[in-house]
Ligand binder design. Structure first.
Ligand SMILES: Cc1cc2nc3c(=O)[nH]c(=O)nc-3n(C[C@H](O)[C@H](O)[C@H](O)COP(=O)(O)OP(=O)(O)OC[C@H]3O[C@@H](n4cnc5c(N)ncnc54)[C@H](O)[C@@H]3O)c2cc1C
Ligand code: SF4
Length: 484
């Protein structure tokens, strides 16, 4: 049905193009193509949505951290009731078009779809989620929040990543005055400077933050809590505070030769690339230092950040891209889908390998690598990698990117607030139910309480924190009224 419709349209398009070339310019044809493409996507989304068996036990929904009502918005999409589908989808998610693009669906909703489980290929939930919200943006259904009653209480949010942004939106909807502080020059956190453009286009993030600005959320950028003010000073300016600062301390590889030039932490490489995508002048990229073009790139690590680095290097036209991981493919922490994508794009994975030494005169030139084997399971339950005796080999490298994960910064020290309690991993300790820290009125959300995690979990935390902050402020108001 779709095929025949498409063919007719395509035919008409081609015919028009052939019959009247002098009267039609390229732009007209582009518009025709856009229309046909839009219709194609529309039909595809409906077709995919109608594959949902409405199975009764929504495993997809149970495995979505936000508990998105997936079966119902799939049904509405299949019935072409797109506005209702959008309303339902956005009621549990502040950024459905972002989650639809970058959630590791194979580990969450899609991986648990019963159709996938029965071997018939998952309903493409993420793509449909993106489609529903993109359609809403296009049709002007997403408008700045209308506040029915402005409240006097103010909330300060430190960190403009997904946790901070989701919390801000929820509180603003309730009429609170919200200010977000961020040390970067742009809001978005890892959405803007971590996740590469080919996975999440920057305009998608900028559109969300503009929506919040237009809704009355106040952004204070280039402001570093701890340096530009202490936590206590911020607390004195607001009725409640949310800490949503993420985790940024890169794990190190401390080996002979570690101080050679052209060995970079992943975030330095990815931020430069993202800034270029945003049109910024980036000296280290422009002078070639952080540009992979024509170079042999070696990425160390096996998580999603490593996958983003190898795939960014491919797009920058690297001469070769190798990924070193000390365990085997089955034990990679990164998404299987991401690994498959990287392999397809020509990345060479060197499984069971661990760098032993960086070599070069001033800049990195090569790495000496040990081969590994897997031993007994360690504390994490994963089999421990052990060096194979006399197995070392050498590979060439012009740039080495270290993508070994992130730890929290020392926030109590950084914020000048030694009382702030943290866990043994350095993440902020919060009450499990309320997300409040040990200091009354200060809450925390996102990676800074979980350790490096996912955008969808950061959004969930931001929403939960907003609910708790609202309860806290309402209680405070009641207590003040009693005293008065
Ligand atoms: C390279 C990379 C790729 C990823 N890809 C994916 C993916 O595909 N899918 C997925 O779901 N997740 C992905 N993640 C994980 C995801 O990005 C994070 O889990 C999520 O962004 C955490 O959100 P957050 O709001 O807690 O913190 P962040 O997004 O890190 O935001 C924290 C913000 O706080 C600001 N900040 C920090 N300290 C201060 C301070 N002292 N003062 C003021 N501001 C401060 C930072 O500048 C930042 O803007 C990826 C992570 C990385 C590093
Ligand atoms: S938010 Fe993520 S896990 Fe939930 S339905 Fe969307 S893509 Fe799936």
């Amino acid at each position: 049905m779709l095929q025949s419709k498409m063919n007719d349209k395509m035919l008409k398009f081609v015919k028009i193009g052939k019959q009247t070339p002098p009267k039609r310019d390229v732009l007209d044809r582009k518009e025709d193509f856009k229309e046909i493409y839009k219709e194609f996507i529309n039909e595809k989304a409906k077709e995919q949505s109608s594959r949902c068996s409405q199975c009764g036990v929504p495993f997809c929904q149970l495995h979505c951290p936000l508990g998105n009502n997936i079966p119902d918005w799939l049904k509405l999409t299949a019935e072409d009731r797109l506005k209702e589908a959008y309303e339902l989808s956005q009621s549990t998610n502040n950024m459905p078009e972002i989650c639809g693009r970058i959630c590791p669906q194979d580990r969450l909703c899609e991986g648990n779809c019963v159709i996938e489980q029965s071997g018939h290929g998952t309903v493409t939930i993420g793509s449909i989620e993106t489609f529903i919200t993109e359609n809403a943006w296009e049709n002007g259904w997403i408008q700045p929040i209308e506040i029915s009653e402005e409240k006097n209480e103010t909330v300060g949010i430190i960190g403009a990543g997904p946790a901070g942004l989701a919390c801000a939106e929820q509180l603003r909807k309730e009429g609170y005055q919200v200010t977000i502080y961020d040390r970067y020059d742009r809001p978005g956190g890892l959405l803007i400077y971590g996740i590469p453009n080919f996975k999440l286009e920057k305009f998608v993030v900028e559109r969300r933050t503009k929506f919040l600005k237009d809704s009355g959320v106040n952004f204070v950028l280039n402001f570093e809590a701890g340096k530009d003010s202490t936590l206590n000073e911020l607390k004195n300016q607001h009725d409640a505070i949310l800490i949503a600062t993420g985790v940024y301390k890169a794990r190190e590889v401390d080996l002979p030769g570690s101080s050679l030039d052209n060995i970079f932490p992943a975030m330095e490489f990815l931020t430069a690339s993202n800034k270029k995508c945003l049109g910024d002048k980036v000296e280290m990229f422009d002078n070639g230092t952080l540009n992979a073009e024509g170079k042999n790139i070696v990425v160390i690590g096996g998580g999603d950040t490593a996958m983003d680095c190898v795939r960014t290097s491919v797009r920058q036209k690297a001469k070769s891209v190798k990924c070193l991981y000390r365990r085997d493919k089955e034990n990679m922490p990164g998404s299987a889908r991401e690994v498959a994508n990287a392999e397809e794009e020509g990345v060479e994975f060197i499984w069971l390998s661990n760098p032993k030494e960086f070599k070069g005169s001033k800049k990195i030139e090569s790495l000496i690598i040990d081969k590994m084997k897997l031993g007994e399971p360690d504390d994490s339950g994963r089999r421990k990698p052990i060096i194979k005796e006399n197995s070392e080999f050498k590979i060439e490298a012009d740039i080495v990117i270290k993508a070994l994960g992130f730890d929290p910064e020392e926030l109590p020290k950084l914020f000048g607030e030694e009382k702030l309690q943290v866990t043994k991993w350095g993440t902020i300790k919060t009450d499990f139910d309320t997300m409040e820290t040990n200091i009354a009125g200060i809450f925390a959300a996102g990676d800074i309480i979980r350790g490096a995690s996912l955008v969808v979990w950061a959004i969930k935390d931001g929403r939960d924190a907003a609910e708790s902050i609202q309860k806290y402020l309402e209680l405070k108001e009641k207590q003040n009224q009693k005293v008065a």
